[in-house]
Design a protein around this ligand. Sequence first.
Ligand code: AN7
Length: 353
Amino acid sequence: MPAPAAGKGVIERYRSLLPVTDATPAITLGEGGTPLVRMPALEERVGAAEVWLKLEGCNPTGSFKDRGMVVAVAKALEEGAHTVVCASTGNTSASAAAYAARAGIECVIIVAAAKVALGKLAQTRAYSARVIDIGSDFDTGLRLARDLSEHPGVTLVNSINENRLQGQKTAAFEIVDELGFAPDELFIPVGNAGNISAYWAGFRQYKETGEACGAPAMRGFQAAGAAPIVLDRPVTNPRTIASALRIGNPASWAKAVRASRESAGSIEKVTDDQILDAYRLLGSLGVFCEPASAASVAGLIDRGERGLMDAGSRAVCIITGHGLKDPEIADRESVGALKCSADPSAVARLLGW
Ligand code: AN7
């Protein structure tokens, strides 16, 4: 069991399970310790014993990326880096920018700006990163970021940086620590495929060290228009409403396939309509996430509708990013304001009271 130090940051909380030493600066912005919330409405909808949501949008920059970024930036500092670089569909860039700012080093971000949700780009700029817009797509950006990281003192902080996955695995530890057992199934969106790989590493490590007696079936969900792993071939022009998942050639492809095989899980696809249905349903239940995050719940509902949920199953869905990341989708997918004069009886009439 870790030190009961929620709010202290993942390096301090899980130090003995991470690749850090006394020489690693224990930087933090308070990442980790995110809420795990039980959802009776979803249990009823899919016919499972327990459904929990892990609200990773409650991390300091609004996504799960912070858990890995804090470790990657701390290790970069330890190694004497002056700059971190990454390509991003948005959340990695916001997180890299924040932790570089915290650590006092430079951050260079490669994006296809037109394809990044508004909140993520604004946030990245607010943290004072230098943003380079290559205008094409994520996969091209990642190749460029890899090249740039060949410069001395420059560290790549995409999830091919193993320290990222090491930090992200702490979310699996938290789930087991809080529930007191490993869930039966874990539902998670898949883009560059780092997070599913990290969770699997975390669950496996807890099983090996005896902190948990089992590990969940890992169920990853790609957007149907950006589903290279499901199709078993790269997708040259990935399309989906979930901009975070617009990745045609995931860096951690092989690791994700291994996670799904070793855990007797699956990697499946959900359509944009299913993603948006789950997105609106979650909003109506008090959980506002970005579209990519709703893919996990869309997957849960899909399996429920196909009769694949076991009545005894205890499931956890990862809600990877906050709804405010993508205000344009939120605006489009919700009911607009009702226009009325500031007259109590007129408002009451409009409300049908
Ligand atoms: C909200 O920020 O790839 O399968 O560059 O932002 O580990 O890539 C983001 C991915 C899920 C997919 N949910 O996770 C990036 C980026 C949200 C995300 C994913 C992302 P991975």
